[in-house]
Design a protein around this ligand. Structure first.
Ligand code: FPP
Length: 237
């Protein structure tokens, strides 16, 4: 099962307590560690975390710098632990505006863990769904231009393979914390048939119990992928 999480509400969680927003993000980063650890027990094979969007650069400079410092710390301090937990780490998004030292840490983590067989962890850093689609369109267009592909070769499968998540399953469930009910440019192509869970808890309040409840709720739903599936009672007959 693939779960995507829009980790929202760090700032509000901190502000409500009279704390600086960055304290909320710090708390958010420790939540990431906890959630990654519990995925195998919950039957989650792939986890995609929305850490920083292409729009997040518009935040105050000190908040952006604070978030970058947190990412740097997370990547550097969790390398051994993630590898030890058999986690395969990949990044989605456009890495080009990220600072060179962060790029080095990302590549180190990706290459160290690329043969791991446990949880697939995708960290969305400078990620935007529309940006990803545009980059994939450009990649396909370039292959058409150089005759590597013909226009008739372009199918949904071929296009999906050119996205940052190429080769991975689409998310089955997307969770957003902190009460907002929107997708905010997260996996807009891949979420065509995803189920959604909008939770009231903010990301710093997200717990194993909250995660488990959202997964149980998901498992109770019937997914039809546009087809008409007989009701359970009809199946039993
Ligand atoms: C949204 O909360 C959260 C973010 C923009 C940052 C997410 C980052 C983390 C959870 C920290 C570390 C992540 C990793 C992968 C180590 P918000 O600030 O928009 O909250 P608000 O809507 O209440 O202001």
């Amino acid at each position: 099962m693939h779960v995507g999480i829009i980790m929202d509400g760090n700032g509000r969680w901190a502000t409500r307590r009279g704390l600086a927003r960055l304290i909320g993000h710090k708390r958010g980063a420790s939540q990431v560690k906890k959630v990654v650890k519990c995925c195998p027990d919950l039957g989650v094979k792939t986890l995609t975390l929305y850490a920083f969007s292409t729009e997040n650069w518009k935040r105050a400079a000190h908040e952006v710098e604070g978030l970058m410092k947190l990412f740097r710390g997370y990547l550097a301090n969790n390398l051994v632990e993630l590898h030890g937990e058999n986690v395969r780490v990949r990044f989605i998004g456009d890495p080009s505006p990220l600072s060179p030292d962060i790029l080095i840490l990302m590549e180190k983590l990706r290459s160290l863990t690329e043969n791991n067989t446990g949880l697939n962890l995708n960290i969305a850093l400078n990620y935007g769904g529309r940006d990803e689609v545009v980059r994939a369109v450009k990649a396909v267009a370039n292959k058409v231009k150089t005759d590597e592909l013909s226009v008739d070769d372009i199918t949904e499968e071929l296009f999906s393979a050119h996205l940052d998540t190429g080769g991975q399953n689409d998310p089955d469930l997307i969770i957003r914390t902190a009460g907002e009910m929107r997708i905010s440019n997260f996996m807009i192509w891949q979420s065509a048939y995803s189920e959604f869970a909008f939770l009231q808890e903010s990301w710093p309040e997200f717990s194993l119990a909250v995660f488990d409840k959202a997964l149980q709720n998901y498992h109770a739903r019937t997914r039809q992928f546009g087809a008409v599936v007989p009701k359970n009672t009809e199946l039993a007959e």
